[in-house]
Design a protein around this ligand. Structure first.
Ligand SMILES: Cc1cc2nc3c(=O)[nH]c(=O)nc-3n(C[C@H](O)[C@H](O)[C@H](O)COP(=O)(O)OP(=O)(O)OC[C@H]3O[C@@H](n4cnc5c(N)ncnc54)[C@H](O)[C@@H]3O)c2cc1C
Length: 404
């Protein structure tokens, strides 16, 4: 039960780290354990209707597409489940300012894809399942101890089994226990928002466009789904009190409230799937590693979903971390060595922090209701919309296209 790397968490980021390690090592041997009680190897059912589409979707950037292709996952997502969006339309609920980003202006086929999380997870699972050297253990990790005299971290499973790892990757999500076991402190605060997610059917087609209305209570997004031209995935961020009231409404009343909150932009909302709500909190680990444990994805940082960047940052962590681990293993260095993990931290921390600062700025700018700020915000949006070079630069950065 001795491994080069034990990954705690087989969510999107944990599986991405495993897939990237296998791809990076090529035919060199590597011993990896991927541990998660919720690991489900079953293929997702085809999704064609309001009730069968996963309500958890992510907007994936071109950079993520390139990474997932490299690790052998993107090509396994059924093309009918890839929802490209060719435009993004953002406007201020408290004025007349708006901004439209169009793929055609940038000579691109699309700005990104909306993909059900379970499809991406399934594709990663398929990529990993063909690899040798990975043990997938569907159990909970109870505890990680301090490294032993040989530098191995003991990973204690709920079954009582103890794994020994040169490096433990904590990809166990926002409430990471690995972060606690490593003693890694976070800087965090509440956004005072809950996000309601659901699939809805609209009177008008979604037109392969990502729509977002900035209300003072929080942004409301409609994201296109390729399964049907009138289906959209919504992310409705609002105060915890309003979210509670909205969740308590019956379907018809919810659809009416949603239609009004979205200013009838896509006509009436005619039907809604089951709904779920998530409290939104900004978190960032001050350090990403300690005592042979390193963090990636939501375990290291969580941000507001308003620009759909959370898991895209997580995939960038997975890419950088796996590169550093592969480099170390190929040179015969322990992947848990501080120098290896410090390089990963240097590569990822500044980028994650910059994105978090930008999201916080957007959130505050659109929450401000002082007349002067409102006027400046709307004027700014109008100017920005006409200022092509800076607009193009921003969208290329958000899509990760500036680094490809
Ligand atoms: C409403 C909403 C909308 C979003 N939209 C987008 C978007 O459009 N684009 C985008 O990029 N991001 C988006 N995000 C963010 C994205 O969903 C997350 O960043 C991403 O899911 C995090 O993946 P992860 O693998 O790091 O963590 P998780 O998905 O939380 O996975 C953690 C895994 O660890 C396992 N685990 C936990 N503890 C243990 C343990 N002790 N032992 C073993 N296993 C354990 C869990 O079972 C779980 O499977 C959104 C988030 C929200 C809330």
């Amino acid at each position: 039960m001795q491994y080069d790397v034990v990954i705690i968490g087989a969510g999107l980021v944990g599986q991405a780290v495993a897939a990237a390690l296998v791809q990076g090592m090529g035919n060199k041997p590597v011993r990896i354990a991927l541990v998660d009680p919720s690991y489900n190897p079953d293929a997702p059912t085809p999704t064609t209707s309001l009730q069968t589409v996963d309500i958890r979707v992510s907007a994936l950037t071109a950079q993520t597409q390139e990474f997932l292709t490299r690790v052998g996952a993107w090509q396994r997502i059924p093309s009918a489940s890839l929802s490209p969006y060719t435009a993004m339309h953002v406007w201020d609920a408290e004025g007349t300012g708006s901004v439209t980003f169009a793929a055609a202006e940038l000579h691109l086929p699309c700005l990104g894809h909306i993909v059900e999380n379970r499809q991406t997870l399934w594709a990663l699972q398929q990529a990993i399942s063909v690899a040798e050297g990975i043990d997938i253990l569907p159990v909970t990790v109870r505890y990680c101890d301090n490294p032993d005299s040989e530098g191995y971290v003991p990973v204690v499973l709920e079954t009582g089994t103890i794994l020994r790892a040169q490096l433990v990757v904590g990809a166990d999500g926002a409430l990471s226990r690995a972060r606690q076991w490593a003693g890694l402190a976070t800087r965090e605060w509440d956004y005072d928002h809950h996000a309601i997610v659901a699939t809805v059917e609209c009177e008008q087609p979604i037109q392969a466009t990502a729509w977002q209305r900035f209300r003072p209570e929080g942004p409301l997004a409609f994201l296109p789904l390729a399964h049907h031209p009138h289906l959209a995935s919504i992310v409705w961020s609002t105060s915890p009190a309003e979210a509670k009231d909205l969740l308590a409404l019956d379907d018809e009343a919810f659809c009416q409230a949603l239609t009004a909150a979205f200013e009838h932009r896509l006509g009436a909302v005619k039907a809604v799937s089951k709904r779920a709500s998530f409290p939104l909190r900004q978190r960032h680990a001050r350090d990403y590693f300690c005592r042979g444990i390193v963090l990636a994805g939501d375990a290291a940082h969580t941000i507001h979903p308003l620009a759909g960047q959370g898991v895209n940052l997580g995939f960038k962590d997975a890419a950088a971390l796996s590169e550093e681990i592969v480099r170390a293993l190929k040179r015969g260095i322990s992947p848990g060595a501080d120098a290896v993990l410090a390089r990963y931290q240097r590569r990822r921390q500044a980028d994650n922090l910059a994105m978090m600062a930008a999201m916080e700025g957007f959130k505050r700018l659109f929450a401000a209701d002082m007349p002067m700020v409102r006027w400046l915000r709307n004027e700014g949006m109008r100017l920005f919309d006409r200022w092509s070079p800076i607009k193009q630069h921003l969208v290329m950065k958000a899509m990760g296209l500036d680094r490809l």
